[in-house]
Design a protein around this ligand. Structure first.
Ligand SMILES: *Cc1c(COP(=O)(O)O)cnc(C)c1O
Length: 458
């Protein structure tokens, strides 16, 4: 089109163009995500059963499969304005480097101290806890981005914040820990002797370096046994995808300004929150039959929930204290091998995305970590941003799709989520630069063994 406007390197939205509501993609799904089940009775969890664990307003959001839009409270909007709208960047330099006819865009969520998109949900969850008059919140963190985001949000609102940090990352990422403490959070390596479940796990597995599933169990136990506290979770849950829809809504608004229609939308998938948020308005159009897009989830080959997991009810945590969720899972006992993309090491996947994937509405693929770091390095050298290892899974897939366009001559428009920066992942970059990074892929037998432990639900 000759009258097309020149596309700038960065498409910004004005403050008044920022979304004022979150979008709930479940409202447009014909096959709703399966409900959370009570682990004892296998009946759907009720509002009354969930509110001892989560804040009331968040439970309402969690259980609501029909309301398409939720107003973003004024206080959250003003917090968002400190670091949003985030830019949608046209990757002109990467396109040039790849010599591809594809047009590549990325939505950059790394421009805040937490270094990732996680702040979008942290502020929302902390806000509802404060509004309910609670004293504090508990949570787990793996790589550390979620714990950092929640400490920032809690500090802003004057809430206490207790973080259980997976022991191996507590030791490997001391600076993440110090950022959290600077924001006033208490940070405990997990498993710890503070909780019954931590004591039990340590008795059974002395010397364990912990896992997300185990840290979740500890944080839930502390929340439910401490007056005035609730538990908050940074991914997987429906409410988190709802808050993260701000990413997709801004992306769509920015693209619409220049009449750009993406062909392919790509995101990395750990528990599914950034991907779910990025794709939600586009998936909504797809579900309503208004448009079509290829949507690709990218995960590590070492923790391949979508590509090699089973779609079934499973425990969300190792201690089996949380409700059961129906999702693509590797089994709650699955301990992924050391992989530097810490934020993608969860055994399960959002039940909303799991249902969309089961219904054939999105694709998934996995990459080995050296291939991911190769893409990270290539991206860093031309686009200037040092990407998080998690985000680099999406970069890998975007580069591969752009290279396919080079072969076929197709001018596809590719949009991917650049979820964060990698400044705290220098051990990982070091291993890659030294050539000592390895690619571990679990065997079919290992996955079968952990999936054999799935709870029997009919
Ligand atoms: C946590 C994290 C992820 C993965 O989590 P999702 O819930 O799947 O989005 C991806 N990238 C970064 C930078 C993260 O911190």
């Amino acid at each position: 089109m000759s009258n097309k406007k020149e596309i700038p390197y960065k498409i910004y939205l004005e403050e008044h163009e920022m979304p004022k509501q979150w979008y709930n993609v479940r409202a447009d799904m014909k096959n709703k995500p399966a409900p959370l089940l009570n682990p004892g009775t296998h009946k759907p969890m009720t509002f009354e059963e969930l509110t001892p664990v989560f804040c009331d307003e968040l439970v309402k959001q969690e259980l609501d499969d029909t309301t398409p839009y939720f107003d973003i409270p004024e206080e959250i909007l003003s917090f968002y304005k400190m670091y949003r709208p985030s830019p949608l960047v046209r990757a002109y330099c990467l396109e040039e480097k790849l010599q591809t006819p594809a047009k590549i865009y990325y939505k950059f969520e790394g421009n805040n101290t937490s270094g990732s998109h996680k702040l979008n949900s942290a502020i929302a969850q902390a806000y509802y806890a404060k509004k309910q008059g609670l004293k504090g919140v508990t949570t787990e963190t793996g790589a550390g981005q979620w714990g950092t985001a929640l400490s920032m949000a809690s500090a802003y609102l004057g809430l206490d914040c207790k973080v259980y940090m997976v022991k191996c990352s507590y030791e490997q990422k001391p600076f993440r820990r110090e950022v959290m403490r600077t924001y006033g959070a208490s940070v405990t390596p997990s498993p710890s002797m503070d909780t019954k479940v931590g004591q039990k796990i340590l008795a059974e597995h002395p010397g364990t370096t912990g896992s997300l599933g185990c840290a979740i169990s500890e944080a839930v136990e502390v929340a439910t046994s401490t007056e005035g506290y609730r538990y908050v979770l940074g991914s997987v849950l429906n409410q988190v995808l709802l808050h993260q829809s701000v990413i997709g809504l801004e992306t769509k608004a920015a693209l619409d300004k220049y009449d750009i229609k993406p062909d392919i939308i790509i995101g990395c998938a750990g528990g599914g929150s950034n991907l779910g948020g990025l794709i939600s308005p586009f998936m909504g159009e797809k579900l309503r039959g208004e448009a079509d897009y290829r949507i690709i989830a990218v995960e590590p080959a070492s923790c391949p929930s979508f590509t090699r997991g089973t779609f079934a009810y499973d425990f969300c945590d190792t201690g089996m204290v949380c409700p059961l969720a129906k999702m693509y899972t590797l089994g709650s006992n699955f301990i992924p091998s050391a992989n530097h993309a810490g934020g993608l090491r969860y055994h399960g996947m959002s039940s909303t995305l799991s249902q969309l994937y089961a219904d054939g509405l999105m694709e998934a693929r996995s990459y080995e970590q050296t291939k991911v770091f190769e893409a990270a390095q290539e991206f860093a050298r031309v686009e200037g941003i040092l990407p998080a290892p998690e985000s680099s899974h999406a970069i890998r897939a975007a580069i591969d799709e752009a290279l396919k366009c080079k072969e076929t001559g197709e001018e596809k428009t590719i949009v991917f989520g650049l979820t964060g920066t990698g400044y705290f992942d220098m051990y990982a970059y070091q291993a890659y630069n030294d050539g000592t990074m390895s690619d571990y892929i679990p065997t079919d037998e290992e996955i079968a063994a952990s999936v054999a432990g799935l709870p029997k639900v009919d």
